[in-house]
Ligand binder design. Structure first.
Ligand SMILES: [Fe+2]
Length: 366
């Protein structure tokens, strides 16, 4: 279990721990093959607990730490430190250089849920198709410290040609997630919700397909790369994005939320946005950009230049790794490990450093 122990050192003891961390980086840090051009840091269970705890302390505010320790008891798996501008060691050195404690934007955390596919039916894939989303709502509601907000990154509902069934599913989905205790929920569409009617029903239930919001020093941009059946963002939205970014300083903290990957992860499986390169080009002048998306029903982490892209698991069925099998198809339910491959995530935003610590949460508490 992670993070359920006491600190070995207080703030005054950090310099000792810094030395310890610097002396033993191989125990704590390993590269992942799917990450390039930057050195994000993966922290796995099983590392020396006192060191792991310390690394987390360097990444989290007081509020985050309290929340995280409680979250860890729910079956958190891996923490991923998305490093933009500074890496984890940079954070430690930052403290040593006296920046810590200065007044900065308040850190916070939010929860990402994705690909709930309400209305899907397939007992061999998910025999609890009607219960999984409700279970996820319970998991989020059971967090002792509620997130500032929740985001759903698309495919709220499973696709259907029947307009009335589509609307029924959206109404049912809305009822279920209406039980969430968090004060704010941000929605976005997936192609299952929006590609057959260009987002008409979706907008009736959930509002705009693309929009922005600001939270505690972070500028969030919700991009729609699904309502056009050509899997594009489109020129009009691209111009809207450019105009929005012109209002942001180069060092602004920017988080993009979208459904499809913006880079070419695996176009043969529709795991790409056809004009995603233009979106990334538009974002590139900004130093601190992170993208959270869904669509591929599994975790994936990739850099395009200095921009980090993180996909989330589904809450209905997992999909295989990109190109790992001849045909994309849901991974069957494993009765010996219910809900395996499904999950949601907690994202700790450390605003000043534009860092995002991801903790994957399971539905089975394991
Ligand atoms: Fe999906």
């Amino acid at each position: 279990m992670l993070g359920l122990h006491s600190p070995q050192t207080g703030r005054k003891g950090r310099s000792t721990s810094v030395a310890s961390l610097l002396l033993h980086p191989p125990q704590l840090i390993e590269d992942r093959g799917n990450i390039s051009e930057a050195k994000p840091v993966w922290l796995h269970e099983g590392h020396l607990e006192s060191q792991l705890w310390f690394v987390r302390r360097t990444q989290m505010s007081e509020m985050d730490r309290r929340g995280f320790i409680k979250l860890a008891g729910l079956g958190g798996g891996i923490v991923f430190a998305s490093s933009l501008g500074l890496n984890t060691l940079g954070s430690v050195l930052d403290y040593a250089n006296g920046y810590a404690g200065k007044k900065v934007e308040k850190d916070f955390y939010f929860v990402q849920l994705s690909d709930t596919h309400w209305g899907f039916s397939g007992p061999k894939v998910n025999p609890d198709a009607e219960g999984t989303l409700k279970k996820a709502v319970q998991v989020v509601n059971s967090l002792e410290e509620q997130p500032d907000f929740i985001v759903f990154t698309g495919d709220l509902t499973h696709t259907t040609d029947d307009v009335q069934v589509r609307k029924d599913r959206m109404a049912q989905f809305k009822d279920i997630v209406g039980q969430l205790k968090a004060p704010t929920v941000h929605f976005m569409a997936g192609e299952h919700d929006a590609s057959l009617d260009r987002g008409d029903a979706y907008q009736q239930f959930f509002g705009k397909l693309n929009y922005t919001f600001d939270h505690k020093g972070v500028h969030f941009i919700v991009l729609d790369n699904v309502s056009d059946p050509g899997a594009i963002v489109g020129e009009a939205q691209l111009n809207w994005l450019k105009a929005d970014l012109q209002q942001q300083k180069p060092e602004a903290r920017i988080v993009v939320l979208t459904h499809r990957p913006l880079f070419d992860l695996y176009p043969d499986w529709d795991w790409a946005t056809r004009d995603g390169a233009a979106v990334i080009d538009t974002l590139m002048p900004h130093k601190n950009v992170t993208v959270f998306y869904g669509h591929i029903h599994q975790e994936h982490h990739q850099m395009t230049g200095h921009i980090a892209h993180h996909s989330a698991k589904s809450l209905m069925f997992p999909l295989p790794a990109p190109g790992s099998v001849p045909k994309k198809a849901p991974i069957p339910w494993d009765a010996s490990a219910p809900y395996k491959g499904l999950g949601l995530r907690n994202i700790e935003a450390e605003v000043r450093q534009a860092k995002y610590g991801i903790t994957e949460l399971n539905l089975n508490g394991g």
